[in-house]
Ligand binder design. Structure first.
Ligand SMILES: Nc1ncnc2c1ncn2[C@@H]1O[C@H](COP(=O)(O)OP(=O)(O)OP(=O)(O)O)[C@@H](O)[C@H]1O
Length: 606
């Protein structure tokens, strides 16, 4: 099976998935949509076919005026009822039903994104599916519901019109059928080309999305102003546009010719030309059709043709929809590799020890080994510093300890229990962490510190945590204190924080959360020396018997650790206290002396 074409059962399964979703979360909307679509077509059939045939035949065969007037009156009353239902549907049922579904699908996608393995973000196919799903899922829901609406309408038209043809002129059905089959074949080919074109465009669009991010996001604004790399991206932007234009041109020529043959030969010529001649002949020459039948048969053939055309586009639309829905399903159904054991147990409340045994790790199976045979035991209250060159695996090691990734081999045990046997959320909640690329959220300072909506009201605890992290004086200057909003996303009065201030807020999380273990990845990289000194002091006091693992490139800070791990190429190559490592005069001593000598040079020249 080609990747851009699904079997009929797969198409049905995928479209059924969305319909089931709609029925589960917005049943009233879906049912009303189907029933109302059928009613609309019944109303049109009565008004445009039955009424017109009746009026023409009445004139031709001399039916009484009062009978005709009564029939017209009843039809007008029925139309009035349909108009009332029309308002109810479009003003209330549809907008409410749609909103409910959009909200639900977005929530499901966000929940899935949050619970998915971090490793999945490294997989570009999965990440693309996620970006697409987040942007387009609601359009696919709309498209599926529109298809269902069209099916209901078309099936109603087909049943009423076919019954009418069978009753009045069976031969007319042959004309319609031939046109239908030929149009179907052409539209399937056209849609396949359309999908191929969009897939090719999507690939290019990824580049455009990156460029858009680059020019819009504040993150890149400074570098773009300070360096001339922007010229490379302007060039990329114009190249991408040229490539996209080329793709559109290549495919649209084929699409034009296919559309022309379909519209002209298989629709207009057969139904608008040949069938009209046939009806006129049967009415005027043979006299087997009444005037009312001739007019309404022509009218019905247009309607039947139109709806069969809808059906042809519908089948291909369902086909196309299916391709996209499958992306959505594969995103939602993606199983995590990092799973919680069925009989997982709660995390102990006391830290006794953490051991890492023969740990190895690769981000992807074909990728390089990032960690190699790492062995480590951490005792209660121990302060461990991890140092090493860029890319030596320090952050990766802490990600494994936090169980954001699972080791490729080897194991990690907390109090002797393998961490994959512990309840996952519970385990992560019992670790306080500040990441190298920590993020603050568009929420109040309180919420940013406790990171738990329910606990955000404990002002005393939050104030204390912020003071310990060195944010105290800034906090005093804020009129709304801990209730101040961070960023202006949701609040015009929100504040923007400097890099160091933001880092202090992130660090405050550690003081506000009673955990078993503290992990800090370059916690003081943005802090001034006074703030760093203050933080180190407070951290030592506050951690008490909680072990602290911290990564730092400032070796003056790591000196105070009980144990320093020196990493190189994914291995711990040296470990011991600062004095011990200086004594063995290895890589750590070399690095420390280099930093110290630089410091002395700077001090000496100032
Ligand atoms: N998500 C990822 N996917 C693939 N490779 C990754 C990923 N994250 C990190 N790496 C690679 O793993 C190696 C170790 O990265 P890691 O961030 O652990 O190093 P580090 O010692 O913390 O470096 P730094 O001092 O620069 O922060 C690097 O070569 C990096 O390119």
């Amino acid at each position: 099976m080609k990747p851009n074409k699904h079997s009929f059962t797969r198409v049905l399964k995928n479209n059924w998935f969305v319909l089931k979703y709609g029925l589960r979360y917005s049943r009233k909307y879906i049912i009303f949509t189907c029933l109302y679509a059928c009613l609309q077509e019944i109303e049109i059939f009565i008004e445009h076919v039955i009424l017109i045939k009746f009026v023409f035949d009445s004139v031709q065969y001399g039916t009484s005026f009062s009978t005709v007037a009564l029939y017209i009156g009843l039809t007008i009353l029925f139309i009035a009822i349909c108009f009332v239902l029309d308002s109810i549907y479009y003003q209330s049922v549809e907008p409410k039903g749609k909103e409910l579904l959009y909200q639900k699908i977005r929530m499901d996608l966000y929940e899935k994104a949050i619970s998915t393995d971090l490793a999945n973000y490294d997989d570009p196919v999965y990440y693309n599916d996620y970006v697409w799903s987040a942007n387009d899922a609601h359009n696919r829901i709309d498209a599926t519901i529109n298809n269902i609406r069209t099916i209901c309408k078309s099936v109603t038209v087909i049943i009423t019109s076919v019954s009418f043809f069978l009753f009045v002129d069976k031969v007319g059905l042959l004309f319609v059928l031939v046109s239908f089959i030929l149009t179907l074949i052409i539209s399937m080919i056209t849609n396949k080309i359309g999908y191929k074109m969009r897939m090719e465009l999507n690939e290019k669009d990824r580049k455009r999305i990156y460029l858009k991010r680059l020019f819009y996001l504040a993150d890149y604004a400074k570098e773009l102003r300070m360096y001339s790399i922007k010229e490379k991206f302007f060039r990329n932007f114009s190249d991408t546009h040229k490539e996209m234009n080329g793709i559109v041109q290549k495919h649209s020529k084929k699409q034009f010719w296919l559309n022309f043959s379909s519209e002209y030969f298989f629709n207009e010529l057969i139904l608008s030309g040949l069938y009209v001649i046939y009806v006129v002949f049967m009415t005027l020459v043979k006299g087997t059709l009444s005037f009312g039948s001739a007019v309404t048969l022509l009218n019905s053939s247009w309607r039947l043709k139109g709806n069969l055309q809808y059906m042809t586009t519908l089948i291909s639309q369902m086909q196309e929809n299916s391709l996209y829905i499958e992306k959505l399903r594969s995103f939602l159904d993606k199983k995590n590799d990092l799973i919680e054991a069925e009989d997982s147990i709660p995390v102990p409340n006391k830290f006794v020890g953490l051991t890492l045994r023969d740990l190895t790790f690769q981000y992807s199976q074909s990728g390089p080994q990032i960690l190699q045979n790492v062995n480590l035991s951490i005792k209660p209250g121990e302060k461990i510093a991890i140092v090493g060159y860029n890319g030596s695996g320090k952050t990766t090691l802490t990600k494994l300890i936090m169980r954001l990734y699972d080791a490729s081999s080897g194991e990690i045990r907390l109090n002797g229990i393998p961490i994959d046997q512990l309840k996952l959320d519970d385990y992560r909640m019992k670790i306080s962490s500040v990441f190298q690329d920590h993020q603050l959220f568009a929420a109040t300072l309180s919420q940013n510190v406790v990171m738990n909506h329910a606990a955000a009201g404990d002002t005393y605890l939050i104030r204390e945590a912020l003071e310990k992290s060195g944010f105290g004086s800034k906090l005093q200057s804020l009129r709304l204190g801990t209730e101040t909003s961070v960023t202006k996303e949701f609040d015009d009065a929100g504040i923007e924080l400097s890099g160091g201030e933001a880092q202090k807020v992130a660090i405050a999380r550690v003081f506000a959360k009673p955990t078993l273990l503290i992990i800090l990845d370059e916690p003081s990289s943005a802090l001034d020396p006074m703030s760093e000194y203050h933080l180190n002091q407070v951290m030592l006091e506050e951690a008490e018997d909680r072990p602290v693992i911290f990564i730092s490139h400032r070796l003056s800070t790591t000196k105070m650790a009980d144990r320093i791990l020196m990493m190189e190429n994914g291995q711990i190559i040296e470990q011991g206290s600062h004095e011990e490592l200086m004594r063995i005069d290895g890589k750590y001593a070399q690095m420390f002396n280099l930093q110290a000598s630089r410091y002395r040079v700077v001090v000496g020249t100032s």
